[in-house]
Design a protein around this ligand. Structure first.
Ligand SMILES: [Zn+2]
Length: 312
């Protein structure tokens, strides 16, 4: 039996984007961004040690920064996929009119081309905020997959946890998708263009865009992110992953997950360890390496773009 596919993906939210997400002052973090100078090279090193190809989701405006552009090219040269993570990284894109959605995807796409990067075929919406309009824009733009759906009913709980971490409730901050997406399939599927539900495919249907959902861990359906690894520990996450053997999985990481946070980077005051916001690099690296190695040993790690090409 061939091993099921595993997608290991990194959202490259610069420090400026993370700070803005939590309502913190951005300061000089667009220019001087440890996510790009420290976090991404750390990920390249980790993935090269384990011998896998990953997918990195880049924010368009970061490509205007010459050193970030260079690092993005290095990712491609190292055998990784680069994909589209919107232009502005505004959390709550589904609030915007259609033209703005087209702009968020199109401007980033153009920035990839101008930066000498391969044209992206995959997208993840900031904050996993996706709707059927965006799926249609992606399909019309020739994209092959979206990876924004998190099939969990925990979205409202996760939003409250996020607001607690930020010490601020922002009703405009649409995060973690809709409660209804808790009923979405947990395996890759072709979404209906009007609802994000699985489309009834009839033989001969032209393959459209594929939704590759972020894996959620049984029994509560907590998203399989570094936050889960840092909060529950690698051994507990591996134990849960054991129950998913033979099924496709998507492990979602973020650039800041391999940035040293022994000194506060996002928040001025110390917060509990949620999201690894006050963990030293060595701890984070050991935790993530254990999980990445386990996945690489028990699944076939593939770049989503290659898998979509071969499977659909
Ligand atoms: Zn992001």
């Amino acid at each position: 039996m061939t091993a099921a596919p595993a997608f290991i993906q990194v959202d490259v939210d610069g420090l400026w984007a993370v700070r803005r997400c939590y309502g913190r002052p951005v300061g000089g973090s667009f220019q001087d961004d440890p996510v790009w100078t420290d976090g991404i090279p750390e990920f390249r090193q980790l993935f090269s040690t384990v011998g896998i190809g990953a997918s990195f989701f880049l924010v368009g405006r970061d490509l205007f920064h010459p050193a970030k552009r260079l690092e993005a090219r290095r990712l491609v040269e190292s055998g990784h996929e680069v994909a589209n993570h919107s232009w502005s990284h505004r959390i709550g894109l589904t609030r915007f009119p259609l033209g703005r959605l087209q702009d968020e995807i199109g401007r980033t796409h153009d920035a990839f081309v101008r930066s000498g990067l391969p044209e992206p075929v995959g997208f993840r919406s900031p904050g996993y905020d996706i709707d059927a309009r965006m799926i249609r824009v992606l399909t019309q733009s020739g994209y092959r997959y979206d990876a924004s759906v998190v099939p969990t009913r925990l979205a409202p709980v996760l939003r409250i946890a996020d607001a607690w971490l930020a010490r601020r409730w922002d009703p405009e901050k649409r995060q973690f998708g809709r409660f209804a997406y808790g009923g979405a399939p947990r395996h890759p599927y072709v979404p209906n263009r009007w609802s994000l539900r699985e489309a009834a495919r009839t033989p001969g249907d032209e393959a459209g865009l594929v939704e590759i959902p972020v894996t959620t861990l049984p029994p509560l359906r907590f998203p399989l992110t570094a936050s889960a690894v840092f909060a529950f520990g690698p051994a507990a996450v591996i134990e849960k992953l054991e129950t998913l053997r033979g099924q496709p999985v998507l492990l979602l990481l973020h650039g800041i997950d391999l940035v040293d946070c022994s000194e506060p980077v996002v928040f001025d005051t110390r917060r509990p360890a949620a999201g690894g916001f006050n963990l030293p690099l060595v701890t984070k690296r050991d935790c993530l390496r254990a999980v990445v190695e386990y996945v690489a040993g028990n699944w076939k790690v593939v770049r989503a773009r290659d898998w979509v090409e071969s499977a659909y």
